[in-house]
Design a protein around this ligand. Structure first.
Ligand code: DLZ
Length: 191
């Protein structure tokens, strides 16, 4: 990554091998969502999280993310859309249904892409989703990683997913995977 922005992960040496991580992603703006989810899964696995312990659930849009995260953390018997292996094999399509086993999640990563339009929709959804996700993690005591891009243009969003048309950019999903492993590990330590 160039410049001074971004997370310093050089001190981040957390072992994810015993962790179970949920990914909840919106389906709006799928060309940006797919690489973000794939980047997240790649980094989770690099941190030692086993593929069978990464569960992926999709929801229609960002607005649905806080509710779905809360339900997943509460251990509702909802079905996940895919495991990590399914999604990594896919570059264009979103995954198929598989059953989600009942072990609790150590962290949940909420991934969505909001792109500003002509109305106030963007502002209202950005605000409510941000507040909602923070509320979920504070209410449940399970880390919820904020993987929501709030971009002014499509190009800004593509660049932040590492698939920019002009400048490729950095895939922020990779950071979210590392942050999930760190926060889940710290949360266990603090328990
Ligand atoms: C309605 C809407 C709009 C305009 N834009 C987006 C967007 O950029 N990203 C996204 O994830 N979802 C968007 N949505 C859908 C809402 O999040 C939500 O799914 C619907 O309002 C139904 O609750």
């Amino acid at each position: 990554m160039s410049g001074i922005k971004g997370i310093d992960l050089s001190q981040s040496k957390f072992d994810g091998s015993s962790l179970r991580i949920g990914i909840v992603h919106a389906r709006w703006n799928a060309t940006v969502i797919t690489p973000l989810v794939q980047g997240t899964i790649t980094r989770l696995q690099q941190c030692g999280v086993k593929p069978e312990n990464i569960v992926v659930q999709s929801v229609p849009g960002c607005y649905e993310l806080p509710f779905a995260c809360q339900k997943i953390i509460a251990g509702s018997r909802i079905q996940a859309n895919a495991d990590a292996a399914d999604l990594m094999g896919s570059t264009t399509s979103l995954p198929t249904m598989v059953n989600m086993p009942g072990q609790p999640f150590d962290a949940v990563i909420a991934i969505g892409v909001l792109i500003k339009g002509e109305t106030m929709h963007f502002e209202y959804i950005s605000d409510s989703v941000t507040t909602g996700l923070m509320k979920v993690q504070l209410d449940t005591g399970t880390p919820v990683i904020f993987g929501v891009l709030t971009a002014l243009t499509e190009d800004q969003a593509l660049e932040r997913a590492g698939v920019g048309r002009v400048k490729k950019g950095h895939n922020h999903g990779e950071d979210w995977g590392a942050v999930a492993v760190e926060m889940a590990s710290l949360n266990r330590r603090w328990a």
